[in-house]
Design a protein around this ligand. Structure first.
Ligand code: SAH
Ligand code: SF4
Ligand code: F3S
Length: 429
C-alpha cells in the first residue's frame, strides 16, 4: 500500500508530515514521492489565506478524478471539518491527532470514513522520529499552538492553545538527530518566544538555544517565528555570544500604523516595535531582521498605508513576506470588520511595497560584494547551481557538486541581486 503525502503551508506542516511519515512507516505503509503510483494521498493542508485553501480543495478534485483515497491533515482538517467529507475526502486527522494517522488509513481501506481530533501531542515519541526529508537539516517543533488571537488569524483556531514541549525532550531529539548527521536545526513555534512560559520550570527559548549550541555536531540553530512583545533580549544576547545561532530574527510587524495594529490585536505600538529593533541591533549589530506585513486590512486608509511604507523605509528589513488581507471564517476580523479596502487599492499598495522592498534588498546586499561568508551547502537548484545560507540566512548560489551537500564552505561573493547572492567557493571548511 503506497502513500503519497503532499505538504502545503508553513514549516510546522513540513515537520508534521515527517511525524506522520514515521507513524505510517512503523505500521508497514510505504511512503512514495510519486503521486501517480500512490493508492492513498494525504494532503497536509494550510488555510492561512483563501488562496491556500483553494489550492488544496482543487487538489482534492484532481485526486478524486484519479480515484485515489484522500486523507486530510494540517490546519485545513481543523478548519474545514464539516465540508471535507462532502467533497469526497476519506479520512481527516486534526493537527494534534497525528499518532492516529495509520489508524485512519486502515479505516479508509475498509471504506469507513473517520475524523480524529483528539489531542495526542503527549504521545508523540520524538526520540524515535529521526528520519527527516533533508540529510543535514531538521525542523523541530518546540511549542504548539498560539494564544495571541490576532483578529485576522485562523491559526489559534486550527492549532489550539500554546503548549511547550519539555526542554530535555527537545534536547534529546536534537542530540539524536545530530548523531544521524544533522548539522542544522530550526526550532519552530507560531509564537516561538512563548516557549517554556507554560511549563513553569524556568525553561525559555534563550536557555534552549544555549544548551543546543553545546551539542558538538550541531553547527547552526535557527528559530521561527518571533512575536514582538514576547521576544526577550536574552535571546539576542545568546545570538551575540554564539557562532552557531543564526543571526536572523523573523519578527513580523504586520502593519506600520498604530490604529491598524490595535484593530489587529497586535499588542504593541510602532514605537515599541522600533525600540525593540534598536535594542536588538545594539546587542547584535549585524542582525538580519525579517518580517511579515499585511496589506489592505479593514479600514486601512492611505495614511495608514503610508505609515507602513515609512516603517519599511526606516527599518530596512532584510526580507519581507507581504500578503493581502484575506478574511478567514470564524476570526474576529471576519465577524466584526468589513473587508472594505477595494481590491484595486489592495493590489496597488501591495505592488508598491514589493517594489520598495526589492530596492531595499538590493541596496542591503551591496555590502556583501567581495565578502567571504561561511555557507552550509543545502541543495541543487536550476542550471546546476547549488544553494546554501550564511549565518544571516542569506541565500547564496555557487558552483559545487552533490557530495558537498551538508558541508560548510567559504564563498566569496561576486554578484548580487535583490534576491540571492552569487559567488565562488574559496575553500571547504
Ligand atoms: N505566527 C506568526 C505567523 C503566522 S501566519 C506571526 O505571529 O507572525 C504567517 C503570516 O501570514 C502572518 O505573519 C501574516 O502576515 C499572514 N496572515 C495570517 N493571517 C492572514 C490573513 N487572514 N490574511 C492575510 N495574511 C495573513
Ligand atoms: Fe496568528 Fe497572531 Fe498567533 Fe501569529 S501570533 S499565529 S499571526 S494569532
Ligand atoms: Fe498554514 Fe496552519 Fe501553518 S494555516 S501557515 S499550515 S499554521
Amino acid at each position: 500500500m503506497k502513500i503519497y503525502i503532499k505538504t502545503y503551508g508553513c514549516q510546522m506542516n513540513e515537520n508534521d508530515s515527517e511525524v506522520a511519515k514515521y507513524y505510517l512507516e512503523i505500521e508497514g505503509y510505504e511512503i512514495t514521492d510519486d503521486e501517480e503510483s500512490a493508492d492513498i494521498v494525504i494532503l497536509n493542508t494550510c488555510v492561512v489565506r483563501k488562496k491556500a485553501e483553494e489550492k488544496f480543495y482543487s487538489a482534492i478534485g484532481e485526486f478524486k478524478k484519479k480515484n485515489k483515497k484522500i486523507g486530510i491533515m494540517g490546519c485545513g482538517a481543523d478548519k474545514e471539518k464539516e465540508n471535507l467529507f462532502k467533497r469526497g475526502v476519506d479520512f481527516i486527522v486534526g493537527t494534534r491527532a497525528i499518532p492516529r494517522i495509520s489508524e485512519a488509513v486502515e479505516y479508509s481501506l475498509k471504506n469507513k470514513k473517520v475524523a480524529f481530533f483528539d489531542d495526542l501531542l503527549d504521545e508523540i515519541d520524538y526520540k524515535k522520529i529521526i528520519k527527516r526529508n533533508s540529510k543535514h537539516h531538521a525542523w523541530i517543533t518546540i511549542i504548539y499552538g498560539c494564544n495571541r488571537f490576532c483578529t485576522y488569524c485562523i491559526v489559534p483556531y486550527t492549532r489550539g492553545r500554546e503548549k511547550s514541549r519539555k526542554m530535555e525532550d527537545i534536547l534529546s531529539e536534537a542530540s539524536n538527530l545530530a548523531k544521524t548527521g544533522i548539522k542544522e536545526i530550526t526550532y519552530l513555534g507560531q509564537n516561538v518566544d512563548a516557549y517554556g512560559k507554560d511549563l513553569n520550570d524556568g525553561s525559555s527559548l534563550a536557555k534552549l538555544l544555549h544548551k543546543t549550541a553545546e551539542i558538538p555536531q550541531i553547527e547552526r540553530i535557527w528559530f521561527l517565528t518571533s512575536y514582538p512583545t514576547d521576544f526577550s533580549l536574552d535571546i539576542a544576547k545568546e545570538i551575540s555570544k554564539s557562532n552557531k545561532i543564526g543571526k536572523n530574527i523573523h519578527l513580523p510587524v504586520q502593519h506600520g500604523s498604530n490604529k491598524i495594529l490595535k484593530k489587529m490585536n497586535r499588542r504593541y505600538t510602532i514605537e515599541e516595535y522600533k525600540e525593540l529593533i534598536k535594542n536588538i541591533r545594539e546587542i547584535v549589530p549585524d542582525a538580519s531582521i525579517t518580517s511579515d506585513i499585511i496589506v489592505g486590512f479593514p479600514d486601512e486608509s492611505e495614511e495608514d498605508f503610508l505609515n507602513t511604507v515609512k516603517l519599511v523605509k526606516e527599518i530596512k528589513f532584510e526580507r519581507l513576506n507581504l500578503a493581502i488581507y484575506s478574511p478567514r471564517e470564524g476570526t474576529i476580523a471576519w465577524k466584526f470588520f468589513q473587508d472594505n479596502v477595494p481590491r484595486i487599492i489592495k493590489t496597488r499598495r501591495m505592488a508598491y511595497l514589493l517594489n520598495l522592498q526589492k530596492e531595499i534588498n538590493r541596496a542591503l546586499n551591496e555590502k556583501y560584494l567581495e565578502r567571504e561568508v561561511e555557507v552550509i551547502v543545502e541543495s541543487e537548484g536550476k542550471n546546476g547551481i547549488f544553494y546554501g545560507r550564511d549565518i544571516r540566512n542569506k541565500i547564496i548560489g555557487f558552483n559545487a557538486s552533490a557530495e558537498m551537500i551538508g558541508k560548510k564552505v567559504l564563498v566569496k561573493i561576486k554578484k548580487i541581486t535583490a534576491g540571492p547572492l552569487y559567488g565562488d567557493i574559496v575553500k571547504l571548511l
